[in-house]
Design a binder for this molecule. Structure first.
Ligand code: GGG
Length: 366
């Protein structure tokens, strides 16, 4: 973290459509620095395949330095078939998962909010639902993504076995649950905890810890529990019933993609990944759209940048201490949509879709 009043944001486009959508989010952030005197400097940094080709590292030392010196990271996306040219060892060493873990980003906030302009539109109204406004808090630093042992092994008879370990400590559950309870308390006071406690031991512990924390620290919050299979069904059936949902790493990954359909497209969803608060209440923070690198449309300039742009709004509110600017940006996105601005993923049949850059223009013009 920087010690001066001027804050630093590391801008890392990454792979696939990451640089395209991040380019638009960067323009928006620059607008705030130039027009609203936001005291932020932006530092661009390489990550992924291009960085590997140039330096032999997925995260080169300059990128690591930019990350370590930043108050916040604006990240794009990673992954895709072409990244197979990066040796598995180098990719593991420099993966987004490893970056998130090295910064101890345990609380991943994924808001799912439907925009009125989209649910009023036909035929998107058939899948975009009125009144949806909930946040999935995904535990991001543990669980089956990181549990040991893991691997692929070949037995004496030549048969192969792949395995992972789903593991949570009580403290890992408690800290993300505490975050989610606090968030629910600041909203409509309802928390739904999602697990698979009828089958998995890590989920049994998860539920026990959530129940105990509720009793000891958050009795005023209305707590409910769902098994993950039922949670997926409820998100499709009636997503407006939820306020805050807390769940583990892999369930949160899957459920948020599922929930994205209520907002019209995965391209609409922003996220914030936060670490523990220091003594001054500051947290390590990485902001990125929920979507991945979308290799099928990479380089075409047609990706939806709104998930990335709305991630900037989350950054303004949660790290940069500018709630009014965050609200201004969210209104600008809503206005652009109300005026009919649509990228291909949210366009109606026959409607001319905007390019990634033109959607950025539409937001900046609002
Ligand atoms: N912007 C999100 C992104 O790039 N995701 C790619 C990825 O590797 N995701 C793994 C995960 O979050 O489970």
């Amino acid at each position: 973290m920087s010690g001066t009043n001027m804050m630093r944001v590391a801008v890392i486009g990454g792979e696939g459509i990451g640089p395209e959508v991040t380019g638009q989010a960067r323009r928006v952030l620059s607008w705030f620095t130039e027009r609203r005197r936001l005291p932020v400097t932006l530092e661009d940094a390489e990550f992924g395949l291009e960085a590997y080709r140039r330096t032999g590292k997925v995260i080169p030392p300059e990128t690591r330095a930019a990350i370590d010196g930043a108050d916040a990271i604006l990240f794009g996306a990673t992954g895709g078939p072409e990244t197979a040219e990066v040796p598995a060892e180098a990719r593991r060493e420099g993966s987004l998962l490893k970056l998130r873990r090295s910064l101890d980003l345990y609380a991943n906030l994924r808001p799912i909010i439907t925009d009125p302009a989209l649910y009023e539109a036909a035929p998107l109204k058939e899948r975009v639902l009125r009144g949806v406004d909930f946040i999935i808090v995904r535990e991001l630093s543990s669980g089956i993504y990181f549990g040991e042992p893991r691997g692929i092994e070949t037995g004496p008879d030549g048969s192969r076995r792949g395995f992972n370990t789903n593991s949570y400590t009580a403290e890992e559950v408690r800290r993300v649950a505490r975050f989610a309870f606090g968030l629910a308390r600041s909203r409509r006071g309802r928390l739904c905890s999602v697990d698979k406690a009828n089958v998995m031991e890590a989920s049994v512990l998860w539920r026990e810890e959530v129940v105990a924390l509720h009793a000891s620290e958050f009795p005023d919050v209305a707590l409910s529990h769902l098994y993950v299979d039922n949670a997926a069904m409820q998100i499709v059936r009636d997503p407006a019933q939820f306020d805050v949902m807390v769940t583990d790493n892999i369930f949160g990954d899957i459920l948020s993609d599922c929930a994205a359909m209520a907002a019209g497209s995965l391209g609409m969803l922003p996220s914030a990944s936060l670490g523990p608060a220091d003594t001054r209440g500051r947290r390590q923070a990485l902001y990125e759209p929920v979507h991945g690198s979308a290799p099928d449309i990479a380089g075409k300039g047609i990706a939806n940048p709104l998930g990335s742009i709305l991630s900037v709004a989350m950054m303004l509110r949660l790290t940069l201490g500018q709630p009014d600017d965050a609200a201004l940006l969210e209104r600008a996105v809503a206005d652009a949509l109300a005026r009919g601005a649509r990228t291909a993923d949210i366009a109606e049949p026959g409607q001319a879709a905007l390019s990634t850059a033109a959607m950025g223009d539409a937001v900046l013009a609002s």
